[in-house]
Write a protein of this length. Structure first.
Lengths: 576, 216
């Protein structure tokens, strides 16, 4: 479990079924290791003498379990673990074969297994603390390796035949390297001290952090047990509990030490997993700039599709991740995310998901939620500004249109009547006077023409009635430079506001091209995949800054760009 | 010549009627909206129906649509659309929907009696009428590769008059030349512009206007 946890660099919440099977296999393998080591003396005792088939099977199972752990590490494939996992697997595999039938060089393999496991542990531990300082990292790696080495040394140096009271449970130790009874006692003590140190470290860190009562209690219990064993070991000269006269003590000492070690490790694993999750979530959130990213991640972590993030902007007024107004679903449960007094977001979820959601929330999520809230608020503001800009342009257009209609119906009509009366009178007077009427009629016609130009200039009726292309062709009739109109894609009508924006852009580009001495102005209209793109360019260099056109394009949600080339100028606008 | 006048602006309508009557043109009836046009045409059988382009309810191109309806329902009645729009687009649309015996004049022409009466006479005789101002505009348009540069000044004149809807005989009278000369000019012009030379009179107006409008 420890190795699996350490090497779990998969994205939080994206656990596949395979990963869960790997978890189960790793847990099972670790249990086999513990059980087989723990039952070794009793199996020997039961059989009465020497190496029994049961014992061999136990050891084979132990090695197989170690191999499975290594394989699980390999399957997980985190880059930092692969090398160490590979070494462990390579070394463990022949060990498995050799345990079934004991060979003389089995000890070499045993040493190699221990060394490789120490290497793996050291790598994992160093990786765990990779976001800490270098000294901390090395310190933890050394501590972990030392623990493992002392455990291994203890196993490799203990010769059961040298025991004072060997007979009841003397076993052949297949791992025995050299028979050095003095060293065995020393490693007994080292083991006790290392375990005690580990427990003390845990107590210190548990006391600092907000761990659960179970973690605190477990750490305290482990420390008490380890202290007991250590005190006995250190205060009994020349002997140890393991090899003492009492079989109970001999069974109790390793059980107490390994139990303490395991108990003391649990809180660390919890902390590591939390830190790892937070780190991975932070990394995933940093990677993902997609909208609604937090809710997506929470959905995956909590494995509940109901999760939705709402950002309150007022009492019972909410925005979604896009900044669109939304309402709360009253049938759903909610969890509030706050920073200080401020309510950042409301997570809407199924009541069943509450516990898992609570466990998934951490400071990294809060930061991400705060970011997303800011993004939603900004999006809402941008949408409102855009709508307001569109309204301003529309209102200006409407005002102008009404003004034109009024002019048309009023002034134009009067001028027409005036002209008609003048022409009727002209027919009733003599030649000299008729000439003056003709002048007056000419002025009336000029006034009408000017009025028409004024009224139709910005928004010619042909634009509204016959569309952009016809309007551009009409524009070409009076343009001081040739206007080339090209179209691609379906020749349907665009929304009126878009057509007006493009028409305005073409007009200002014609004026600019004329001023800059261009030989032609080209308008290219293209509709593809639902996007209407317009390019208006001329073949002269200019400092054209079409603010009005840009405003109009922006007001209808289009994108605008102007490029000043050395011998050309081009504006492009695209509308979804 | 017997006409009906349809215009939603009362003062202008009354003015037009007065001015037409002054010149001996019979105004059989008048109306303020496009809906009653067909009924008036059926009732009075006029030579020409004079329609304003902009009428209720939408004040856009009701006149054009009414013109097409009149032409379809009463082939004997010509239609003159009076417009405040200089755009060739409307003239082209009118010609497309009702290719024969239609006229498109700027509304300002109602103060030029000769132009107006001349147009009515031509329409009654079966010609097509397009406002000279519009033709001048579209002829004078800037072109990138000017295909009109290949035409002689006389050919340009002929082209303009063709676009105004004049028949070869009318062009010959206008230019004081032989009708056969005009025929050879028009053939030349159509060849140079790559247009179908054998088009009958009404179709060629649309062809020329469309060409001048779209060709760069």
């Amino acid at each position: 479990v420890l190795l699996r946890g350490l090497c779990d660099t998969s994205q939080v919440g994206r656990r596949t079924q395979g990963a869960w099977i790997a978890d189960v296999v790793a847990v099972g393998a670790a249990m086999v290791v513990v059980v087989s080591v723990g039952t070794q003396p009793f199996l020997g005792t039961a059989s009465g003498s020497g190496t029994t088939p049961a014992l061999r099977m136990t050891w084979a199972a132990t090695t197989a379990a170690a191999a499975l752990v290594a394989a699980a590490v390999l399957v997980r494939r985190p880059p930092q673990c692969t090398g160490a996992g590979l070494v462990a697997a390579v070394l463990v595999a022949p060990g498995l074969a050799l345990h079934v039938g004991v060979a003389p060089w089995i000890k070499v393999v045993a040493i190699a297994i221990s060394a490789s496991l120490a290497l793996v542990i050291a790598t994992f531990v160093a990786r765990l603390f990779e976001d800490r300082s270098r000294a901390t990292r090395i310190g933890w790696a050394v501590l972990a390796s030392a623990t493992l080495v002392s455990v291994a040394a203890h196993a490799l140096l203990r010769d059961p035949f040298r025991e004072i009271r060997c007979a009841p449970y003397c076993l052949e130790n297949p791992l025995l390297v050299t028979s050095a009874q003095g060293w065995v006692h020393a490693t007994d003590r080292v083991l006790a001290v290392v375990t005690l140190g580990w427990c003390a470290l845990t107590v210190a860190s548990v006391a600092r952090s907000k761990s659960s009562i179970w973690s605190r209690g477990g750490a305290a219990l482990a420390t008490v047990a380890a202290t007991g064993v250590a005190v006995v070991e250190l205060t009994t000269p020349g002997a140890s509990m393991w090899s003492g006269a009492s079989p109970t003590a001999a069974a109790l000492a390793p059980a107490a030490l390994s139990g303490s070690f395991a108990l003391a490790t649990v809180p660390h694993i919890q902390v590591w997993r939390t830190r790892l999750n937070a780190r991975q979530l932070a990394a995933a959130l940093a990677e993902s700039v997609s909208r609604d990213g937090v809710a997506n991640h929470l959905r995956l972590v909590v494995r509940h599709p109901s999760i939705r993030l709402l950002f309150p902007t007022g009492p019972e007024v909410y925005l979604d991740a896009d900044g669109e107004p939304t309402v709360r679903n009253p049938t759903m449960a909610t969890t509030t995310i706050t920073r200080g007094e401020a309510q950042l977001a409301l997570i809407e979820h199924d009541e069943a998901a509450r516990a898992r959601l609570g466990a998934a929330l951490n400071p990294a999520v809060t930061i991400a939620v705060e970011n997303e809230r800011l993004r939603a608020l900004a999006a809402a503001e941008v949408a409102e500004l855009r709508a307001s800009r569109r309204r301003i342009v529309e209102r200006a257009d409407d005002t102008r249109y009404r003004l034109e209609r009024d002019l048309h119906d009023g002034a134009q009509q009067r001028l027409l009547l005036l002209g008609m009366e003048l022409s009727r009178m002209a027919t009733r007077v003599d030649d000299p006077g008729r000439e003056r009427y003709r002048d007056a009629i000419g002025h009336t016609q000029l006034a009408l023409a000017e009025l028409r130009a004024l009224v139709h200039e910005g928004r010619p009726p042909v634009l509204d009635e016959l569309g952009l292309v016809e309007a551009l062709r009409t524009l070409a009739e009076t343009a001081p430079v040739p206007l080339v109109i090209e179209t691609a894609g379906p020749a349907g009508r665009a929304p009126p506001a878009v057509e007006r924006a493009v028409y305005g852009l073409a007009r200002s580009m014609i004026a600019d091209g004329h001023a800059a001495g261009a030989s032609k102005v080209r308008v290219h209209l293209c509709e593809r995949a639902g996007i209407f793109t317009v390019a208006v360019g001329h073949d002269a260099s200019s400092e054209f800054d079409p603010i009005d056109a840009e405003d109009r394009v922006g007001a209808v949600g289009g994108a605008f760009d102007v490029v000043h080339g050395p011998t050309w100028t081009e504006c492009t606008a695209s509308f979804p | 010549v017997k006409v009906i006048v349809v215009d939603d602006m009362v003062l202008v309508r009354e003015g037009v009627i007065r001015i037409l009557r002054d010149h001996g043109i019979e105004v059989a009836a008048s109306a303020g909206s496009a809906e009653s046009v067909l009924a008036l045409v059926a009732a009075h059988d006029p030579d020409v129906a004079i329609l304003d382009i902009r009428m209720p309810p939408t004040f856009t191109d009701e006149g054009l649509r009414a013109a097409a309806q009149v032409r379809a329902a009463a082939p004997r009645t010509a239609v003159l659309v009076l417009s405040q729009y200089l755009d060739v687009a409307y003239a082209v649309q009118l010609l497309r929907e009702a290719p024969e015996r239609v006229g498109y004049l700027l509304k300002d022409r109602i103060m030029e009696l000769t132009t107006l009466t001349d147009a009515l006479r031509r329409l009654a005789e079966g010609e097509t009428v397009i406002d000279p101002t519009i033709v001048t505009r579209v002829l004078g348009r800037r072109r990138e590769n000017d295909s009109l540069a290949a035409l002689t000044p006389r050919e340009l004149d002929v082209l303009g008059l063709v676009a105004e809807g004049l028949s070869n005989r009318a062009i010959a009278q206008r230019l004081n030349v032989n009708e056969r000369t005009v025929e050879s000019h028009t053939t030349q012009v159509f060849l140079k512009l790559g247009l179908e030379p054998s088009l009958e009179m009404h179709r060629r107006v649309l062809a020329v206007l469309s060409y001048l409008r779209v060709n760069n």
